[in-house]
Ligand binder design. Structure first.
Ligand code: PEP
Ligand code: MG
Length: 550
């Protein structure tokens, strides 16, 4: 066996499978060939579109919920009669079938984008239809996730958000991407679905379809062409791990009963029933951006009230922490953010937008408070990207004016971590967003795979800041949780418990391993481990200390 390929560990677990590469969208050469006769070109174009509809209808039957809605809308769009008239017009202008499809969709794509709101959100889906039809005409494989009957390891440059809609954990056993960092969209989706993943693996460019690989999402390693002994060992380890995880259930706690709440990160109404059914103590981070992205204006209070209400209903009496809009940088919202800021991550984003547009945050708080009353839910709110105690106080004032009793803020800017004590004087709790706290502590863009070693949550400087926030919270007698991706690392969980962190919030598939890890130790063991890890010189040494003690 050759040396493994290295990348960033992005979603835990190990899987064996054969590679199936993500198919890129077809690109049309600028020069088009001489068309055949017009009717033949029109038949080729409309026939390709009809084949796409038939294929999507077949696939739609096997999905439910949000994914089904998206596919049904796509199928409906493909049947729009003006597409055929657009194709006829373009062929009439001397363009061959594939180019005519491109032209016909272009008019629609521009119109949809300009219409804004829900329609603008459909641009990606329409572009996907176009690309599938063009690939059909050119005799190429359809773009996106390959449709294989057998489970496979998905390999590609990176996943587009649209690719993730139909990502089926029963088919995709692991994901490997050439680009992306541990907090990239692909990593977050993989963790949410419980699919082992390695991102930022440059060597993945050389992985061909059909090659068997082992993907180790904990170590960030890909072994190409593993021997049979390795494959059987992995099967044994996976079965043993599943048995170990199944032994534990219920609230998070160390072996001697010190509680560390296990909460969920949720990001929309899709899949919320299954999240609500998960064995977790509530929601530690409800990301609300899904309602705002790609819009040209803010959703109404009533629309927000209904969307939030679905999540509150799914969690019954368990607490739900709603994060107010975190628009900007990696989550741009066209109507809220400027698109010409030189450094969007350092710009007017997150709670800073309230200075420019206080009605945005007020409308959201009103909708949250109405939805909480509708469902008799235990709802708390927190603001993203808080830098100073004054901002925390201002947000708390807004939230309390809407009758929301429990108000917190995220700690994701180093200034806020350093002054956590003063911030806690203004609010009821804090939640550490390690994704952004890493980005700002190390001046390393969280989307850049190349900088992933700086974004490693085991970096001593990041752990120092987390420990400082936990100390401040203990002194204030208030809770300090973690809701960044670091909270889902089972090895880090006892370290965080040892610092005095009171809750860990993560995607549902990560909960069992974190729970089992906490149950292996007493709180004293966790404190000792935390002190040893703090003494490590670098991230690799810190991880090794924890692994050896596990
Ligand atoms: C974070 O920054 O760690 C966080 C949880 O927020 P987001 O990933 O949504 O920026
Ligand atoms: Mg953040």
């Amino acid at each position: 066996m050759a040396d493994p390929l290295g990348g960033s560990p992005a979603s835990p677990g190990t899987a064996v499978g054969v590679v199936a590469r993500l198919t890129p969208a077809p690109s049309l050469p600028e020069q088009w060939p001489e068309p055949a006769d017009a009717e033949a070109e029109i038949a080729a174009a409309t026939g390709a579109l009809a084949a796409v509809v038939a294929e999507l209808s077949r696939r739609a039957e096997s999905v439910t919920g949000e994914a089904r809605d998206i596919m049904d809308t796509q199928i409906m769009m493909a049947g729009d009669p003006t597409l055929e008239s657009g194709i006829r017009e373009s062929v009439g202008n001397g363009r061959p079938a594939a180019w005519a499809v491109h032209d016909a969709f272009s008019t629609h794509l521009t119109a949809l984008a300009a219409a804004g709101g829900y329609l603008a959100e459909r641009v990606t889906d329409l572009a996907d239809l176009r690309d599938r039809a063009i690939a059909g005409i050119l005799g190429q494989a359809p773009p996106g996730i390959p449709d294989s009957a057998e489970p496979f390891v998905l390999v590609g440059v990176d996943l587009a958000p649209a690719d993730t809609v139909t990502l089926d954990p029963a088919k995709v056993v692991a994901i490997v991407t050439e680009k992306g960092g541990p907090t990239s969209h692909t990593a977050i989706v993989a963790r949410a679905l419980g699919i082992p993943a390695v991102v930022g693996c440059a060597g993945a460019a050389g992985l061909d379809d059909g090659v068997r690989v082992v993907v180790d999402g904990d170590r960030g390693e890909i072994t190409v062409d593993p021997d049979e002994e390795t494959v059987s060992r992995i099967a044994r380890d996976t079965a043993e791990l599943a048995a170990l995880l199944a032994e534990h259930s219920g609230p998070g706690a160390t072996s001697d009963g010190h509680p560390v709440k296990l909460l969920l990160n949720v990001g929309g109404a899709g899949g919320i029933e299954s999240a609500g059914a998960a064995d977790a103590e509530g929601v530690g981070l409800f990301r609300t951006e899904f309602l705002f992205l790609d819009r040209t204006e803010a959703p109404s209070v009533q629309e927000q009230r209904e969307a939030y209400g679905k999540v509150f209903a799914a969690f019954g009496t368990r607490p739900v922490v709603v994060r107010t809009l975190d628009a900007g940088a990696d989550k741009p919202v066209p109507f809220a953010n400027d698109d010409d800021e030189p450094n969007p991550a350092l710009g007017v984003r997150g709670y800073r937008l309230a200075g420019r547009n206080p009605d945005l945050v007020r409308a959201q708080l009103e909708a949250i408070s109405l939805a909480a009353a509708d469902h008799g839910a235990d709802v708390r709110v927190m603001a993203p990207m808080i830098a100073t105690p004054a901002e925390a106080a201002e947000f708390a004032g807004h939230a309390r004016a809407f009758g929301i009793a429990q108000v917190g803020v995220m700690i994701e800017i180093p200034a806020a971590a350093i002054r956590a004590g003063q911030i806690l004087a203004e609010v009821d709790f804090v939640s550490i967003g390690t994704n952004d706290l890493s980005q700002y502590t190390f001046a390393a863009d969280r989307m850049l795979g190349e900088l992933s070693s700086l974004l490693d949550p085991w970096q001593p400087a990041l752990l120092d800041l987390v420990a400082a926030v936990a100390d401040a919270a203990r002194l204030a007698g208030k809770p300090a949780g973690i809701c960044g991706e670091a909270a889902s690392d089972p090895l880090l969980a006892p370290v965080f418990a040892g610092f005095g962190i009171t809750s860990l919030s993560m995607s549902a598939p990560a909960v069992p391993a974190v729970r089992a890890s906490l149950r292996q130790r007493t709180i004293e063991d966790c404190r000792k481990l935390a002190a040893d890890v703090r003494g490590a010189a670098d991230a690799a040494a810190a991880r090794t200390i924890a692994r050896e003690l596990f």
